[in-house]
Design a protein around this ligand. Sequence first.
Ligand code: SME
Length: 161
Amino acid sequence: MTESLFVSQTADRKKIYEEITPQIAALVEGETDLTANLANIAAALKEAFGFFWIGFYVVKENQLVLSAFQGTIACTRIDFNRGVCGHCYTARKTVVVPNVEEFPGHIACSSASKSEIVLPVFDKNGAVAMVLDADSDRLDDFSEVDAEGLGKIVRIIEKLI
Ligand code: SME
């Protein structure tokens, strides 16, 4: 595995996604422990983008349960019909929320979180196995660039599960 992440000092997120995606693929190559891989992916994304919060909720016991993450402490269990994460799980698609205060049912783990993107991660049977959640302390911080860039990282995770 690679030992350090190379990230250009640029505000161009598309460029950063292009740089880090192959590095993340190399990071998880040869490691079979899922939690170890999710932890390193969360750390790599935090290092690359400085997201306020980035991490995974995995499907377990009929809920979304907090897994590897970087950021402040967060709620540990989310019902499938609650929050942005629950909506992502149920709708089975990427959800971008420019202003969390305008999203009915948003779960505020931190009052500093202003915008959010959540992506579903599918297992080999096509079921949602987990969600990848990124929060920003700035309004409207996520765009199609993040949906695509994080989507490619999700595809790497899907090969591991
Ligand atoms: N805001 C999320 C909950 C998880 S935290 O943001 C880490 C939601 O509404 O599902």
